[in-house]
Design a protein around this ligand. Structure first.
Ligand code: SAH
Length: 475
């Protein structure tokens, strides 16, 4: 190891920053956050630094000296940073530091530096510092971004909570090994969950009672996660974290392998998919599975295609969990309508064509008959029909019957956002024939409205949209 990693206490210590530009600003800001007394030396001091001093955000700890650097500026200083764009000045600062035994960092020049500054992930009081020893700053930044995505903002609050309780925990559990075990379980238990749900008060109460018992029981929980439409890049960071934290994942058929691969390697993955006509795994079985695993103290992720609250029975599952006292969280996902619109180049609303959008389920059978067709038949709105593949003919007939023009553009988006995505464009009058000719299969979303025609011009993903005319020619 070329460098010795350390966190320095700079509170009320004097630090010299040579340079007055934007690089200096970044360093000064961080130093002030760490409580240092900062002196900036540069003949030209930029507006940003001047503003910082004027607005008093520095609490009087920032001194600006519009002078050229000289060795005397090192008097009383514990640390110095050279942040000028003049290599000669930077070299002089480095040399002065060596003479005076003061550690100096020359920004981005490791050879001249006696200390280097790491990339950081700040979840104060928890701070993660990453360094490539000045060899590959890009790599260090990439690692930083990765870590940044792994821990959400509640980590700092959790660390602060531990800080508040440290004394009491030590008193209650004087044995080091027992204390470590307690902390370890705390990390994966309900206290951490409650902090993540930003309910710090409840977390404090839970911690208090666990401490009174002298042990933590791993509390099972369920996170209802929306996996999005297929493209794993559309999963949210919170969704990713839940997957990497899961003991058991109960996933739908619609969830892509690409998303499942992001899960923790040793998580148990159970497919509970339901096809439209094959109810092999019933909703009751899914409820029982969630309950069984959560009660065994496991962290369960219930992973659903798209968004869990849009035609995903997420509401029912949460009602069941609530009735059985199982704690839960919800991570939204990108629903098929939003994704298919985006990936087919169909803006669902448009100033000239549609002022509203309706998400409608056209699931086989009764639901088609109970829809408010007269509302759906109105012009200047976009309708996104889920689960509509089997009912294309009835959708066409009802919409036209209730006033929508047979010339209204429609798009059928099959496998939206996935590599095999297909977009079929037709008019409402041709909806069923076009769907049949293209042999559209589930999952597919039907978009009805003027905006559908924009796909011709705005498509950008996968194959170009197929028009009904092309389909006829191919036949
Ligand atoms: N909760 C899901 C919807 C579940 S209902 C969501 O928010 O997206 C299942 C229906 O969603 C499918 O029949 C289809 O109409 C639609 N769907 C889901 N994923 C899709 C995809 N990748 N492309 C097109 N339609 C999709």
């Amino acid at each position: 190891m070329r460098y010795f990693p350390l966190f320095a206490d700079l509170h009320d210590r004097r630090v010299l920053v040579v340079g007055g530009g934007i690089v200096a600003v970044r360093k000064v800001r961080l130093l002030l956050e760490a409580g240092a007394q900062v002196t900036v030396v540069a003949p030209d001091i930029g507006a940003a630094l001047a503003r910082m001093a004027e607005e008093g955000r520095d609490e009087g700890r920032l001194t600006l000296r519009r002078e050229t650097f000289r060795a005397g500026h090192f008097d009383g200083v514990v640390l110095a940073i050279a942040a000028t764009d003049d290599p000669a000045v930077n070299a002089r600062v480095a040399a002065t530091g060596r003479e005076r035994n003061v550690l100096v960092n020359v920004v981005d020049v490791a050879e001249l530096s006696s200390f280097i500054v790491p990339a950081i992930v700040d979840r104060s009081p928890l701070v993660i510092a990453i360094s490539s020893g000045g060899v590959a700053p890009v790599l260090a930044r990439a690692v930083r971004e990765r870590i940044e995505s792994l821990f959400d903002g509640s980590l700092g609050q959790f660390a602060a909570l531990l800080e508040r309780w440290r004394g009491r925990i030590k008193q209650r559990l004087p044995d080091v090994a027992a204390r470590r075990r307690f902390y370890e379980r705390l990390l994966r238990g309900s206290v951490a969950d409650l902090v993540r749900r930003r309910n710090v008060e409840a977390a404090e109460r839970a911690l208090e009672s666990e401490l009174a018992r002298g042990s933590t029981s791993p509390r099972g929980s369920v996170v209802l996660v929306g996996a999005g439409p297929g493209d794993a890049g559309l999963l949210t960071l919170n969704g990713l974290r839940a997957l990497q934290d899961a003991d058991v994942i109960l996933h739908d058929r619609l969830v892509s392998n690409e998303v499942l691969e992001l899960a923790r390697r040793d998580a148990v993955k159970i497919g509970v998919g339901k096809a439209a006509h094959d109810h092999s795994v019933t909703q009751d079985t899914i409820h029982e599975l969630m309950l069984e695993h959560a009660r065994a103290g496991r962290r369960v992720v219930r992973l659903k295609g798209g968004d869990p609250f849009i035609f995903g029975r997420g509401g029912e599952e949460l009602e069941f969990l609530a009735a059985h006292g199982i704690p839960f969280e919800v991570v939204p996902g990108i629903t098929a309508a939003i994704a298919c619109g985006a990936y087919a180049g169909i803006p669902l609303t448009h100033r000239e064509h549609a002022q509203s959008v309706r998400l409608v389920t056209a699931h086989c059978g009764d639901s088609l008959d109970t829809l408010d067709w007269s509302a759906l038949g109105r012009e200047r709105q976009t309708i996104a029909l889920y689960m509509g593949v089997a009912g294309l003919d009835r959708i066409r007939a009802r919409l036209i019957e209730h006033g929508r023009s047979p010339q209204t553009p429609v798009a059928i988006v099959e496998n939206g956002s996935r590599p095999e995505q297909r977009v079929v464009l037709a008019t409402l009058g041709e909806l069923e024939t076009a769907g049949r000719a293209a042999q559209v299969k589930s999952p597919a979303l039907v978009i009805v409205g003027e905006v559908a025609a924009l796909a011709v011009e705005l498509h950008w993903f996968g194959r170009a949209p197929l028009s009904w005319r092309q389909l006829q020619q191919a036949a």
